[in-house]
Design a protein around this ligand. Structure first.
Ligand code: SF4
Length: 451
């Protein structure tokens, strides 16, 4: 398999132009966007948040929030080691640690990391694995920050969850911070009140006679523990890309409308498939009063969508799908629901990373798949399924810049520190936040699809 490092291509649009090109729904017009080969060339230049952006990769034009975690320089020997030496260091440390450590690897991680993972999966699958391995003293999470937080919430208090590079955030998760969501909530409560109202002003109730909420907050798994806790204490719930429809059903059974954050695309695509009209899904821009909406628009809404997006998935366009179909007649286009609505509508199917994986695995040999998700996962699927032709919809290879910050050098460092009896880069969610976040996570686990 060709590695991402050797396949990175340079797209020449300057960052400012690319940012301006992103339209109001967070999609990127065909042929724009930026991605630099510098990501693969010198990973040590991007350990800490840069002045404005996340550094080269799909999210390089997104703004890093102030106060984001940084990674100080690690010892020079890890930086000087060859890929082969790092591989050997990681293997030796894992062998020494045995069952004392489990290494989780997200589908979007580079091959050099996934090769050492005890478990590979999406964020939710990995969190479940963290919960299922109380025997391990340490969980080394090769993903991004919110995933490590979720693992810490679901694991035992005695276990340490380690993120090899704490600067591996998620630009989408960072688009909704606790303060902005609290402000949004206060404005919604002022405008709509706490309870759902009928046209005559009477309070609507559920089947048990309990008042329905005016708004139920729903946060995507890709959010901070603080926002999961916000949902826990405000009658809300967490969702993943696999269960978003079930979770929205749960929310609609308890409230008149949903506030969905941070990913507008997952919210819009899911609600649209459930029959919610687009005109009843206003966008909430946290920089504008009432999110840029009138009180009547909010009163008429069913889903209020936070103005967030994934910079990897917004790169996919309908033009790319048309080109794939023209060049590969009969190909199957499968995309992730974090893609813009028009891309999901034009695809043959849309679903979580697990859905994409299963769609490929279940197909008769000899199929051609054009896939709209992160390049590391697409390349891995292509290597695992030589019986198919599999390629990425986006011709410019542009990995998630924050996932890419988990370099094997950092993995070798945290494992060798564990061997020496030191826990570094521990991700620890405070007890209060963890308790409230658990409430929202448990609601998600208990939500079942309608029969
Ligand atoms: S692929 Fe998108 S949602 Fe996933 S970690 Fe990267 S920026 Fe966040």
């Amino acid at each position: 398999m060709t590695s991402v490092a050797t396949r990175l291509a340079l797209l020449t649009s300057p960052p400012a132009a690319a940012s301006a090109a992103a339209n109001a729904t967070g999609s990127v017009p065909a042929g724009t966007g930026s991605c630099s080969s510098a990501l693969a060339e010198q990973p040590w230049d991007f350990p800490a948040p840069l002045a404005e952006g996340y550094g080269p990769g799909a999210s390089q034009d997104d703004v890093v929030p102030p106060g984001s975690s940084a990674q100080p320089a690690i010892p020079q020997r890890y930086r000087d080691a060859s890929p082969e030496q790092l591989d050997a260091m990681i293997r030796a440390a894992k062998e020494t640690l045995g069952e004392r450590v489990v290494v989780m690897g997200h589908f979007y991680q580079r091959d050099e990391i996934v090769a050492h993972a005890d478990f590979i999966g999406d964020s939710f699958q990995l969190a479940q694995q963290a919960k299922a391995h109380p025997e391990a003293e340490a969980i080394v999470f090769c993903g991004v920050h919110f995933m490590a937080e979720t693992a810490d919430i679901l694991s035992t208090p005695e276990q340490s969850v380690i993120l090899p590079n704490p600067a591996a955030g998620c630009s989408m998760a960072d688009m909704a911070d606790e303060e902005s969501v609290e402000e949004c909530w206060a404005e919604l409560m002022d405008t709509l009140g706490p309870h759902a109202l009928a046209a005559d002003g009477s309070v609507l109730t559920d089947g048990d006679g309990e008042p329905l909420a005016s708004v139920v907050p729903v946060t995507y798994m890709n959010s901070s523990a603080a926002l999961k806790a916000f949902c826990g204490r405000n009658g809300g719930i967490v969702c993943t890309s696999s269960n978003a429809a079930t979770v929205l059903e749960w929310a609609f059974a308890r409230g008149q409308r949903v506030l969905f954050f941070p990913d507008q695309h997952l919210g819009r695509n899911t609600a649209k498939a459930m029959g919610v009209p687009l005109e009843r899904m206003p966008l909430w821009n946290p920089r504008k009063p009432l999110g840029g909406n009138s009180p009547d628009q909010l009163r008429d809404s069913r889903v209020i969508l936070w103005h967030g997006f994934c910079s990897v998935h917004r790169r996919f366009t309908v033009a790319q799908i048309e080109q794939a179909r023209a060049e590969h007649p009969g190909c199957t286009v499968v995309v992730h629901p974090e893609c813009p609505m028009e891309v999901v509508d034009a695809a043959d199917s849309a679903g979580s990373t697990d859905h994409i994986r299963k769609a490929v695995a279940a197909a008769e040999p000899g199929q051609t798949f054009a896939i709209g998700t992160e390049i590391n996962m697409v390349n891995r699927l292509a290597a695992q399924h030589p019986e198919h032709t599999i390629f990425c919809l986006d011709p410019v290879i542009c990995p998630c810049s924050t996932m890419y910050r988990i370099h094997p050098g950092y993995l070798a460092w945290v494992l060798e520190e564990l061997v020496a009896g030191r826990v570094v880069n521990q991700v620890s969610v405070s007890r209060d936040v963890a308790q409230e976040a658990s409430v929202a996570l448990e609601r998600m686990l208990a939500a079942v699809p309608r029969a």
